[in-house]
Design a protein around this ligand. Structure first.
Ligand SMILES: CC(C)(COP(=O)(O)OP(=O)(O)OC[C@H]1O[C@@H](n2cnc3c(N)ncnc32)[C@H](O)[C@@H]1OP(=O)(O)O)[C@@H](O)C(=O)NCCC(=O)NCCS
Length: 149
């Protein structure tokens, strides 16, 4: 079991995250994670550092539009550090900060091909809806996850 614990993200974490995500996802996903997410949402995002650098991260948002809702935009764990509970630690940490802000629901989405993400979200107690055709526009079907906090 890895002993690292989540810390608050900083805007300066962006280069390490950007350099990792296409490799960690196994497909090009960086276009969905521009710098603005760390510049403007780092206070609700979490990082786990390892001895050699970034091990895991979560980019979360407390919805500015709906005070009940929290949203997890991206979460990833280095391939060599998976199945050690790191994503679970990140989600648990985000749930706590969202609850502390009065949030009662958390949601996320993933690509239908991402069976690991779907299994992880089920294990974390999320309901799974979809794939929902055209969720993010023409040809962009997504699976939606939702959970009470
Ligand atoms: C999905 C991901 C974040 C999970 O991270 P992780 O640190 O390995 O997950 P955890 O160790 O906290 O897993 C907790 C539980 O979720 C389930 N789970 C996690 N990954 C799973 C997988 N690939 N297949 C089946 N179940 C899985 C298991 O029940 C696991 O508990 P267990 O290991 O005791 O069986 C990681 O595989 C990843 O980074 N994938 C690529 C990026 C991605 O798809 N991100 C998510 C969507 S934004």
């Amino acid at each position: 079991m890895t002993e690292q614990h989540p810390r608050a993200a900083r805007a300066s974490d962006y280069p390490a995250i950007a350099a990792a995500v296409d490799d960690w996802w196994g497909r090009p996903v960086l276009g969905s994670l521009p710098r603005l997410f760390l510049d403007h949402f780092h206070r609700t995002s979490l990082i786990i550092d390892g001895p050699g650098g970034l091990l895991a991260f979560l980019v979360g948002i407390l919805s500015p539009a709906d005070p009940r809702q929290a949203y997890i935009h991206f979460a990833g764990v280095a391939p060599q550090a998976r199945r050690q509970g790191l994503a679970q630690q990140l989600y648990t940490g985000f749930f706590a900060l969202a609850r502390a802000d009065g949030r009662t629901m958390v949601s996320a989405v993933t690509a239908p091909v991402n069976s690991g993400s779907i299994a992880f979200h089920r294990a974390m107690g999320f309901s799974v809806t979809g794939p929902i055709a055209g969720y993010d526009g023409p040809g962009r079907d997504l699976v939606r996850f939702e959970r009470a906090l």
